[in-house]
Design a protein around this ligand. Structure first.
Ligand code: FEO
Length: 400
């Protein structure tokens, strides 16, 4: 996909579409992604961000459609993660920029990745401006959103915010603008992206939104480095980030389980019955079928997390251990928790899951339910009762 698109007069999308990528270090990208790069034609021709290394020719071909790449004066590196900077060595060789603008942390990260002391770095900080001719670029460092080096570039004459990873989605499309795709599907991709990448930095997202509001920037277009460009009501994605970063929950519970011989599965469904009776919306997610990144996407607005695992070799099943390692890193807040599972003769999995949830500061209900082998009617009733107990607590703490 090498179709250049003008996003504002004299500003072109020249990035690459990756239809094939299916894993982004643990995040399932079932619909691929894009690596967005923006070329601004002005007295100083400027390229904002590059693409992942295997796509360097796509980027160069796209630039060629607009201008001879050697006419590019400036390269702006908003973020050094290799999906945006992997092609920089070849691009710098091809365009020989007069200056490479980056944050101080970006400068260090570029040196640490590419070991080139001889490139023409120009370190910029929040509030610093550069003149391209008719346009002015203002930089805004966004440290830890989601790397230390991350920053935004804002072009005031075009009311254009180039937002690096923020406000993006992993979704490969031929369309470039949000008004050209299904809005509900776009938001599903956007919340998955937020939940799996930005959730641990939600406090910083809140601060960033407050800072940007104070700056009173006029924003007509938000152009992220992945996915669709927001030109129709661009503030809708900022408002969504505001909601997601507050980690507000619904009257919703997520039951995440893995099972050896279906006893833990029977318990999961009985717990769901108790929750449903209490009026709670329930997602049942089986680790054998559901990917960890889809589970986190459902977890973000769930008030309660109920974990089920059989005991295997004195511990939990490996898919649950994987899930908990991933979940802990994403630091979800404001959750209730409970654990359950079937066992044969030792039954440690429930204790381990309770400890993991306590470590994540969840309010855990009781010691959980450890069921020897197959639950009978009484065993399943205990599970229904646990669902009812958690359901009542959700109803008490979450406004209808
Ligand atoms: Fe899309 Fe943090 O790189």
């Amino acid at each position: 996909m090498r179709t250049v698109v003008e996003i504002k007069k004299g500003i072109n999308w020249v990035g690459a579409v990756d239809w094939d990528v299916r894993d982004f270090h643990g995040y399932s990208t079932k619909k691929g992604t894009t690596y967005n790069s923006y070329l601004v034609l002005d007295d100083k021709v400027t390229l904002f961000d590059t693409v992942k290394k295997p796509f360097k020719n796509d980027l160069l071909h796209n630039i060629h459609k607009v201008i001879d790449p050697t006419k590019i004066d400036y390269l702006v590196v908003n973020h050094v993660e290799p999906d945006h900077s992997g092609s920089i060595p070849e691009i710098v060789e091809a365009i020989k920029p007069e200056k490479i603008f980056c944050s101080s942390k970006g400068h260090k990260a570029l040196l640490d990745h590419y070991h080139r002391e001889d490139w023409p770095y120009e370190v910029v900080a929040t509030g610093q401006e550069i003149c391209l001719g008719k346009r002015t670029v203002t930089f805004l460092e966004t440290r830890m959103l989601h790397w230390p080096d991350s920053m935004f570039s804002y072009i005031k004459e075009d009311a254009l915010l180039i937002s690096s990873d923020a406000f993006g989605e992993h979704w490969a499309t031929t369309e470039r603008f949000n008004d050209q795709v299904d809005g509900a599907e776009l938001m599903r991709h956007a919340v998955k992206y937020y939940a799996n990448i930005l959730l641990p930095y939600s406090g910083l997202v809140q601060k960033l939104i407050a800072d940007v509001q104070k700056m009173n920037l006029k924003i007509d277009v938000i152009a992220p480095d992945h996915g669709l460009i927001w030109r129709d009501n661009p503030m809708q994605i900022v408002q969504a980030y505001d909601r997601w970063s507050k980690q507000e929950c619904k009257r919703k519970a997520i039951i995440i389980y893995d099972t050896m011989w279906h006893s833990t599965e029977m318990m999961a469904k009985a717990i769901a019955d108790g929750l449903i009776e209490s009026g709670i919306s329930v997602k049942i997610m089986n680790l054998a079928c559901d990917h960890r990144s889809d589970i986190i996407t459902e977890l973000i607005d769930s008030k309660a997390v109920l974990l089920g695992s059989s005991t295997l070799n004195n511990g939990m099943l490996p898919k649950m251990a994987d899930m908990l390692c991933y979940m802990k890193g994403l630091r979800p807040l404001n959750k209730f928790g409970a654990a359950f599972g079937s066992y044969g003769w030792s039954g440690e999995s429930v204790k381990h899951m309770v400890k993991a949830m306590e470590d994540m500061k969840m309010k855990v209900f009781g010691p959980g339910i450890a069921q020897q082998f197959v639950p009978n009617h009484d065993g399943l009733k205990k599970c229904v009762d646990l669902g009812r107990e958690v359901g009542a607590a959700i109803n008490e703490s979450v406004p209808a």
